[in-house]
Design a protein around this ligand. Structure first.
Ligand code: ADQ
Length: 734
């Protein structure tokens, strides 16, 4: 349509120009013809005049006027008298007037039938001027021609317009058909879950990626809605290890050890660290009786190990082996505090803290990765153990182990988020890190979103082949499966829950310990004292809540449990000081005799104490600015067998993808978080029950055994495929 309009507008501008141009051409043509006629007549007229034969002149003029374009001819004397003329000569036209018209720029005379061109040609005889010939040419044919041209042009524009519309329609039809076919293919799952039967247009690629991740989320949601087919528990994990993995050796590598031996005035005590990773991996190790390799960080650790630096754990149960690796304080400074926690941790968390990369830290990181890799090789009983590598402290280790044990099955799980490729690109050693990680057979993240970010990062930084359909990356000779395995907790057994105090008892104990009155509403936060956990934002929300609802002053209390962590780093010290200051400010503003609105307990609590607190609370607040998963929210849900209590959960925690029945908030939005807190403390018990029952169903089914079980089942499949391939090759060789 716009094209048609443009063509029409152009025609309307061009037509008058064309008319003027053709008029000029014809006028010039007529002038020449006039000159020829006049020249031909001059001599004869001269003769006739000399002989006084007027009739001869008349005959001459009549013959000449037979030319189709000539309307009339008149002969004027030198004095301007019309001496002779043919019949068509206008009666009103006098010689003088004709002369004036002929000398004008447009020598035209407009009469009723159209325009007439007036031409004046001198008649000379023997060098003497004896008169003028007036030639009147008919120009009406020009108008006719111009009208014809106009018509043809309009028809031509119409035809071009129609042709173009037709072509556009055909092209649109074809591409729409292709597009619809592509989208249908994607919706059927082609190219997402299996290869596409039809080549989808390239512009669908981003849509396909989004749909792919959405479909998988829906698949998970659907499975959750259906309820569990078969629950994952330690027995099922054990039977998977025994049947599908045929009792193959499992080796775990992590920085943090599951048990720390410490010297105290009362002798050596054993502590379990506050760590999501330990919470998740410990039940798996208990189920498979493998070897866990970790940094021996306790001051009494050396005193309890054997000559191979091994100790059986858990203390008193001896279910698996803990192999300790020794790291000097200098090495720990570079590898752990430096590269891992000042570099990779802020790099992977979008929490607006600048990563720091130092060459010396990187060197230490490489050395320690190599030391752990050598320990894996030393602990391996055969050539193909299953190695479970934990977290960002060991990005280089998978390729290092692969170099020494090419047949090992290496599963790396990244417990923290994976950032987008732009954020990751600031790391000076990004290629080395990616190459190291791609030494794994399976690389796991908590969410599909992190997987997608990782695949895009590899795509930007390495020459690797990416198969989106199967979520695999082939780099050099190795293929790595990139999969999401949402981590979780071990669902408490019936035996364990029977040992718990009732909710009322827990509430009573916690309230009396903190000096709270029984009717008070209690909100809690439980975290490592880390800037990614959104503790500051949470305090701001509490302050805003008390500002907005003065009736809550005296009847609402917030307890923050914060396990000290990485306190030797400046960033952490400054952050922790700030939290203390803000807590103080809120307490100064709203506290009074016998009432302290915020309790900040910056110390490690054992599992039992945390469980008591979870059961005592009305609301649990998790406001991470960015979190791989977050296990605290799952622990809270698991603790609430009374189906009461409200979970306020950050949308930036991986857990938000599973726990939709929580009150989901943007922790950066103070008012929104405060509103959710208010809603939480005032939520009717029936609504709490409905939400909590659903949350419990999810956490119960999507427990840590499922997390480990799915990873190990995928590993078993890979190993089986490799064995079959090896057998086929052997057959062929025979
Ligand atoms: P973390 O950052 O440590 O874990 P999270 O998943 O919340 O975060 O786990 C913390 C664990 O420490 C929980 O088991 C909690 O009970 C315990 N804890 C917290 N405060 C404590 C305290 N004061 N005393 C004792 N124990 C305390 C990392 C990633 C997460 C991911 C986990 C598991 O950052 O995103 O969920 O690994 O993959």
């Amino acid at each position: 349509m716009p094209l048609l309009l443009t063509l029409t507008a152009a025609a309307y501008i061009a037509l008058p120009l064309m008319d003027r141009l053709t008029l000029r051409w014809f006028a010039r043509d007529l002038n020449m013809r006039g000159s020829l006629v006049a020249n031909a007549l001059t001599e004869s007229i001269d003769d006739a005049l000399q002989q006084g034969r007027d009739s001869r002149i008349q005959a001459l003029l009549n013959r000449a006027v037979q030319d189709e374009r000539l309307v009339a001819i008149g002969l004027c004397s030198e004095e301007g008298q019309l001496m002779q003329h043919t019949t068509g000569f206008p009666k009103t036209l006098e010689c003088k007037e004709a002369q004036q018209i002929a000398e004008a720029r447009d020598p035209l005379l407009h009469v009723s039938g159209g325009a007439i061109q007036v031409g004046l040609y001198p008649v000379d005889s023997q060098g003497r001027h004896i008169g003028n010939l007036i030639l009147l040419h008919d120009l009406s044919f020009i108008d006719r021609r111009s009208q014809d041209t106009r018509q043809y042009l309009i028809i031509l524009i119409g035809v071009i317009g129609l042709a173009m519309a037709l072509i556009t329609m055909i092209v649109a039809q074809v591409s729409w058909h292709g597009w619809v076919k592509g989208v249908r293919g994607i919706l059927r799952g082609e190219g997402l879950l299996r290869p596409m039967a039809y080549e989808a247009p390239p512009e669908l690629a981003p849509l396909a990626a989004d749909l792919r991740s959405r479909l998988r989320d829906l698949e998970d949601q659907y499975r959750r809605a259906l309820g569990s087919e078969e629950e994952w528990n330690p027995d099922r994990l054990r039977s998977l290890l025994q049947s599908q993995l045929r009792g193959d050796q499992v080796i775990v590598v992590s920085n943090r050890e599951p048990y720390i031996h410490k010297n105290t005035p009362n002798g050596v005590v054993v502590e379990q660290p506050a760590s999501g990773l330990v919470t998740a991996v410990e039940p798996v190790m208990r189920a498979c009786s493998g070897t866990w390799i970790a940094h021996g960080s306790g001051d009494a650790d050396r005193s309890v190990v054997d000559s191979h630096d091994r100790v059986s754990v858990p203390p008193g149960h001896a279910e698996y082996l803990l192999r300790r690796i020794w790291i000097t304080p200098e090495e720990e400074k570079g590898y752990y505090y430096g590269f891992a926690n000042e570099g990779l941790w802020p790099l992977c968390h979008v929490a607006h803290v600048r990563p720091v990369f130092r060459e010396s830290d990187w060197k230490r990181y490489r050395e320690i990765n190599q030391r752990f890799a050598d320990a894996v090789v030393a602990e391996a009983r055969g050539e193909d153990p299953i190695v479970l590598v934990q977290d960002y402290h060991f990005a280089l280790l998978p390729a290092m182990v692969r170099a020494q044990l090419p047949r090992a099955t290496i599963i790396t799980f990244w417990h923290i988020p994976w950032p987008n490729p732009e954020s990751f690109s600031i790391c000076p050693w990004r290629q080395e890190l990616l190459q190291g990680m791609l030494g794994s057979n399976i690389l796991g993240f908590h969410t599909r979103f992190h997987c997608k970010n990782f695949i895009e990062t590899v795509d930007r930084n390495l020459e690797a082949r990416i198969e989106h359909e199967h979520s695999t990356i082939s780099y050099q000779a190795d293929e790595t499966l990139i999969e999401s395995y949402p981590i979780s907790i071990a669902w408490p057994s019936a035996e364990e829950t029977r040992s718990w105090l009732t909710v009322a008892e827990c509430r009573e104990r916690v309230f009396s310990r903190l000096g709270l009155t029984p009717k008070m509403k209690l909100a809690i936060g439980v975290d490592r004292f880390d800037y990614t956990k959104g503790i500051l934002e949470r305090l701001h929300a509490v302050e805003h809540l008390l500002d907005r609802h003065p009736d809550l002053v005296g009847s609402f209390c917030f307890v923050q449990i914060a396990a000290p962590t990485r306190s030797s780093l400046d960033e952490y010290r400054v952050f922790q000081d700030r939290i203390h200051q803000v807590t103080q400010r809120i307490n100064d503003r709203f506290g009074r005799e016998g009432y302290q609105p915020v309790h900040l307990l910056a110390k490690h609590h054992d599992h039992h104490a945390l469980n008591e607190l979870y059961r005592a609370a009305d609301v649990c607040v998790v406001t991470s600015l960015h979190d791989g998963m977050n296990l605290v929210c799952k622990e809270f849900v698991a603790a609430r067998d009374d189906e009461q209590g409200v979970l306020v959960l950050s949308r930036f925690a991986g857990a938000a993808r599973e726990l939709g029945e929580a009150l989901i908030v943007n922790p950066y939005h103070v008012e929104e978080t405060a509103d959710a807190l208010y809603r939480g403390i005032n939520m009717p018990p029936a609504e709490q029950r409905e939400r909590m029952a659903n949350l419990r169903m999810t956490v119960r089914e999507f427990n840590v055994f499922r997390w480990a079980g799915r990873m190990l089942a995928h590993a078993a499949r890979l190993r089986l495929r490799r064995r079959v391939e090896a057998r086929v090759q052997l057959h062929q060789a025979d």
